[in-house]
Design a protein around this ligand. Structure first.
Ligand code: SF4
Ligand code: SF4
Length: 188
C-alpha cells in the first residue's frame, strides 16, 4: 500500500495558528496596507507579507520588522473585504517568528511580552517596576530618557508606584488564558 505524505508548507504552518487561517483567501486588494497607520515603518507592508508568505518566503517573512510594528488597531481587520483577521495574522507571524528564532534584531517586543507574562503568573502588575525592568533589560539609556515621561504620568495618576494585584478569580482566569495560549505555541 502506498501512503501519501503531504509536506507541510509555510502557509499550512500559518493556518495552524488561530488567526492565521485567512491567509489563503486574500485577494491582494491592498486595503489593509492603505489603512495601516504604521505601514510606512514596516519593511514589508501587511499585504506584501501575505503575498511573500504564499510564495513560501518563510525566512524573509519571519525576520521582517512588520508584525512588530503592528499597533493592534484593527483597522485592517475591520476594512478587509474578505473578512481576514489581519491583526491576528500579524500576531500569528510574531509567534512563528519567536518559535523559529527569527525575531527581527531591533525589536524588543518579545521582552515586553515575557515580562508581562511573568507578572501575570505572579498575579500582580507593578506598572512602574515593569516598565523600569523592561527598559533596563532592553535599552538602559532609554530608561533615563523616559524619566520625564514617567514623571508626567505619575503626576497625572496615569502610572502607579504601587503594584496592582489581580483578584484571585481574575488571576485564575488570566492564568487559564496564558496556559491555553502556551498550549497553542505562544510565548512562554
Ligand atoms: S484587505 Fe484583506 S483581502 Fe485585501 S490585501 Fe489585505 S488581507 Fe488581503
Ligand atoms: S492592526 Fe496592525 S497591521 Fe492592521 S492596520 Fe493596525 S497596525 Fe496595521
Amino acid at each position: 500500500m502506498v501512503t501519501e505524505t503531504k509536506t507541510r508548507t509555510f502557509v499550512d504552518e500559518i493556518c495552524s495558528i488561530p488567526g492565521g487561517e485567512g491567509i489563503k483567501i486574500c485577494i491582494q486588494c491592498g486595503t489593509c496596507t492603505a489603512s495601516c497607520p504604521n505601514a510606512d515603518k514596516m519593511d514589508h507592508t501587511p499585504s506584501e507579507l501575505i503575498a511573500m508568505a504564499r510564495a513560501g518566503m518563510k525566512k524573509e517573512v519571519l525576520s521582517s520588522n512588520a508584525m512588530w510594528y503592528c499597533l493592534s488597531c484593527y483597522i485592517c481587520t475591520v476594512r478587509c473585504p474578505r473578512g481576514i483577521q489581519q491583526t491576528s495574522l500579524m500576531h500569528a507571524l510574531e509567534s512563528l517568528s519567536i518559535q523559529e528564532g527569527l525575531v527581527h534584531t531591533k525589536t524588543v517586543t518579545p521582552t515586553m511580552y515575557r515580562l508581562f507574562n511573568h507578572y501575570c503568573h505572579l498575579g500582580v502588575l507593578p506598572e512602574l517596576w515593569f516598565m523600569t525592568r523592561f527598559y533596563l533589560s532592553t535599552n538602559p539609556l532609554r530608561a533615563w530618557r523616559m524619566i520625564p515621561t514617567a514623571w508626567g504620568l505619575l503626576k497625572h495618576g496615569r502610572l502607579s508606584i504601587r503594584s496592582r494585584k489581580l483578584t484571585p478569580s481574575g488571576s485564575n482566569q488570566l492564568k487559564a488564558i496564558l496556559k491555553k495560549a502556551e498550549s497553542l505555541g505562544g510565548l512562554q
